[in-house]
Write a protein that binds this ligand. Structure first.
Ligand SMILES: *[C@@H]1O[C@H](CO)[C@@H](O)[C@H](O)[C@H]1NC(C)=O
Ligand SMILES: *[C@@H]1O[C@H](CO)[C@@H](O)[C@H](O)[C@H]1NC(C)=O
Length: 438
């Protein structure tokens, strides 16, 4: 009797251990089966140069605004007040909502124009010149490395309408597409990206027309958009960056071999965001931020894409100046509030990414001798000697071996044994019952 209980305990313990190990292997397969490896074969890489985003600090076109007012018959102080209002609205973001200038005539003008908050951004867009489309070369915003021209596009950011160059992001990411669902004209001869190899030294120059007056400059990963929490630079003179980028890439077949939960990162076309069709980490953070604002103030700022099935209400200037401005710091830093817990803010990394390290920033005064505008340069002289590669280390085969190994170790289980077991209780039994004996 004692012997039997001892044996039973042993069997239960073995089964327990087996299940425990199996579940651990399963968990590893489902959530921790990929790693980032270090690759050192640097002679053969082609590394992208950092991406630029430049935001003009003077937003509206005087010409377009004059025409608009003429059409709508707005004159005198009403016109002046409206211009100031729209200019500061277009320039507003989490740093300066309080600066939106509202003179007493504004309410009646907005009433007359029947301008609802939902149309703020569309009107601002209509009154903004797209400097990528200018006929005159000197008035166009251009990106050039001394040999070729590169694509620059007008984009919608949390800083309003800005210009982006040297980016991998899909063509959908332009202001025109986000606001109206239409693609802008893109010069087919222009190249999308500048890549460099270990032996190159490259200088990418963005020429900004004079009408911008001053700009905010962001240098960031070419797989992503700007992040408002990053450092940036106001300038009205030429700036010159030295930057280094290190790429995060994925091994061949990585996307097919893994699920999102397994790799813990998303590719651009795997968007789970409501307001953005493509996924990047910074779009995810933007969506998190707008949801926080929505939770707290019951509306979202005008500069977010809102062409979705159930558009969220857009904040009126009054809400921006009160509720949003009061909590702007918290929204910007994404911390704070009880909202964080209730708002979905778990932002996975983008699978492809690059880490941009700015080595130095120099302002070159008096360089603008030609008086046609000013320039932003990014020079890359040193290239990374290593890159990070996402890899699968625990495949389905590994899972099978781990589970099978545990079953074998604790229970003496093997496939051959299982077949034999099956055979004994089916065919063998059948023959036995039919009277075969041997
Ligand atoms: C736009 O906002 C920035 C601060 O965010 C400020 O420095 C700049 O002067 C503003 N531009 C105008 C035209 O008000
Ligand atoms: C801006 O222009 C588009 C197309 O030209 C038009 O449909 C839209 O109503 C305009 N927006 C405003 C606020 O006037």
């Amino acid at each position: 009797m004692h012997k039997f209980i001892f044996w039973l305990l042993l069997v239960i313990l073995s089964i327990g251990m087996c299940i425990f190990t199996g579940l651990q292997a399963m968990d590893r397969y489902e959530t921790k089966s990929t790693v980032m490896g270090l690759e050192r074969d640097f002679y053969f890489w082609r590394t992208p140069v950092a991406s630029f985003t430049v935001c003009p600090m003077r937003r509206l076109s005087q010409d377009l605004f004059d025409k608009y007012c003429q059409k709508k018959k707005i004159t005198g102080t009403h016109k002046e007040d409206l211009q100031l209002f729209l200019e500061t609205l277009a320039n507003s973001t989490y740093f300066n909502f309080a600066n939106i200038t509202v003179r007493p005539s504004i309410d009646s003008t907005l009433d007359r124009l029947r301008l609802k908050p939902a149309q703020y951004m569309s009107l601002i867009y209509n009154l903004t010149t797209d400097f990528t489309q200018m006929e005159d070369e000197n008035e166009r915003i251009r990106l050039n490395d001394g040999f070729k021209n590169f694509v620059v596009r007008q984009v919608l950011t949390e800083f309003g309408i800005c210009y982006l160059g040297n980016s991998y992001l899909h063509d959908e990411y332009t202001a025109r597409y986000l606001l109206f669902g239409k693609y802008p004209k893109i010069n087919k001869e222009h190249v999308k990206m500048l890549l460099g190899s270990y032996f190159d030294s490259v200088l990418l120059i963005l020429s900004v027309p004079k009408t911008f007056e001053s700009i905010g400059v962001f240098i960031h990963s070419s797989h992503d958009a700007l992040k408002i929490e990053q450092k940036f630079f106001y300038t009205n003179e030429a700036v010159y960056y030295k930057a280094e980028t290190r790429e995060i890439i994925a091994e061949d077949g990585f996307e097919k071999a893994t699920t999102i939960a397994q790799r813990n990162c998303r590719f651009p076309h795997e968007s789970n965001l409501e307001h953005f069709e493509i996924y990047t980490k910074s779009f995810c953070m933007q969506e998190c931020r707008l949801n926080m604002v929505y939770k707290k103030c019951k509306c979202i700022p005008h500069f977010y894409p809102n062409r979705i099935r159930n558009p969220k209400p857009v904040c009126s200037y009054a809400a921006l100046k009160s509720c949003v401005a009061k909590n702007a710091e918290n929204f910007r830093r994404l911390h704070s509030l009880k909202a964080r817990k209730t708002v979905h803010c778990h932002c996975m990394d983008s699978c492809f990414n690059s880490i941009v390290v700015v080595k130095s920033v120099e302002v070159l005064a008096n360089l603008n001798v030609f008086q046609t505008g000013f320039t932003v340069g990014v020079e890359v002289t040193t290239w990374p000697l290593e890159l990070l590669k996402r890899q699968v280390i625990f495949t389905f085969t590994d899972l099978l071996v781990a589970v099978g190994g545990a079953a074998g170790l604790f229970l003496g289980f093997s496939v051959l044994g299982a077949i034999e077991f099956f055979y004994y209780f089916t065919l063998r039994l059948l023959w036995y019952l039919r009277g075969y004996r041997y």
